[in-house]
Design a protein around this ligand. Structure first.
Ligand code: KG4
Ligand code: ZN
Length: 345
């Protein structure tokens, strides 16, 4: 999409209802998000039926706010079409279709993971919209680490803007491992931030947890062994000891996740001459992970591009941005990093 027209994007793939307006000439003109965290907290995880009902309630008002804020005609309506929870995606896509028809604007389906992959480039664009292409090109090829509750992947953005998936997780995602670990420790949901908070008072070397890293040339992740290892360890510990050592357990568990991610990033950076490293997805909020990956980028002498806090978790800003910045979008190798020409829902 080359015309400098406004893009209004919707995101409803999981438990955030979000809308954003992106102006290619200036950057994100507005972002609105309604988090359902409180709704799902008491269930210990996202309940798809409840999430869909909440999206239904929130989408209309969010779209109205975004439309009022959009100062100019819409060049496109973008929407996350997958991956995500089917009933939640379907509502976002239906709303986007209706909006696109009402505005006479084309509808653009954006793969949620491609949104995460490109999100570290949002501030690169915002700083210098007019010279974005040249600045982006200087950062390609780019290595992207996406770490969320549902996904863990390494992807490569080539100078042609083609994205290819380098690796993913064989079992649990990094965020899922933190959430399940937190559940075993009785900390609550979502676990990642709670593990991080508790880890601040503990020693990362107090317990030796497995890294699930496999062969050195294998960039794939595995986190289910880590969670099982914590479960076995807790089964052998009296409750009083677990309580007394929760901070050490969290610090060591978090360190195992960070170390596994860092090692694979290091191996990927050693294999290809990347010119930047990106970090995105909800787990990118983790301070220890950001530090560790900043160190890997420094070691490889490439700029480190962490997504901004408002664009780490699910958000519509990244969907609007990807609709504009990722026009290529078609990867026919069945990697899952793919934008379909039609929405397919
Ligand atoms: O990207 P996201 O908001 O939603 C998905 O698409 O999954 O990521 C949510 C995940 C959860 O697993 C949550 O525990 C984790 O991100 N997370 C964190 C932190 N903040 C959120 N993990 C570690 N440290 C954090 N500070
Ligand atoms: Zn996500």
């Amino acid at each position: 999409m080359s015309a400098p027209e406004l893009i209004l994007a919707l995101e409803s793939s999981c438990d955030e209802t979000a809308a954003a307006v992106f102006d290619p000439a200036r950057g994100l003109a507005g972002e609105w998000i309604h988090s359902q965290m409180v709704l799902h907290e008491r269930h210990g995880g996202v309940v798809p039926e409840l999430a869909a009902r909440e999206h239904l309630r929130q989408l209309g008002p969010l779209i109205e706010r975004a439309r009022r804020a959009a100062a100019g005609p819409l060049g496109a309506v973008a929407v996350t079409y997958g991956p995500g929870l089917a009933p939640c995606l379907a509502l976002g896509v239906a709303a986007a279709k209706a909006l696109a028809a009402a505005c006479g604007a084309p509808l653009v389906g954006v793969n949620h993971l491609r949104g995460h992959v490109w999100s570290p480039f949002i501030p690169v664009h915002a700083a210098h919209p007019a010279s974005f292409s040249a600045r982006r090109d200087a950062l390609l090829p780019h290595l992207a680490l996406v770490v969320s509750g549902g996904h863990t992947l390494l992807a490569q953005a080539e100078p042609s803007l083609k994205l290819s998936l380098l690796s993913t997780t064989r079992d649990d995602a990094a965020g899922e491992a933190l959430d399940k670990g937190a559940k075993l420790l009785g900390l609550g949901y979502p676990g990642g931030p709670l593990v991080e908070r508790s880890a601040a008072g503990g020693r990362p070397d107090a317990f030796d947890f497995p890294r699930g890293i496999g062969r050195k040339d294998d960039l794939g992740f595995s986190f289910s062994g880590l969670k099982t290892s914590l479960r076995y360890r807790l089964e052998k510990m009296p409750t009083s000891e677990i309580e007394a050592r929760t901070a050490d357990l969290c610090a060591s568990y978090q360190e195992a996740v960070v170390d596994a991610l860092s090692r694979k990033v290091r191996a990927a950076l050693a294999g290809v001459r990347f010119r930047s490293l990106g970090l995105s997805g909800g787990v990118a909020n983790n301070r220890r992970l950001r530090e560790a990956l900043a160190a890997e980028a420094a070691r490889a002498q490439v700029p480190f591009l962490p997504a901004q806090p408002e664009h780490t978790g699910d958000n519509a800003g990244m969907i609007a941005f990807a609709a504009w910045a990722d026009p290529d979008g078609v990867d026919r190798r069945g990697t899952g990093l793919r934008i379909e020409p039609s929405l397919g829902l």
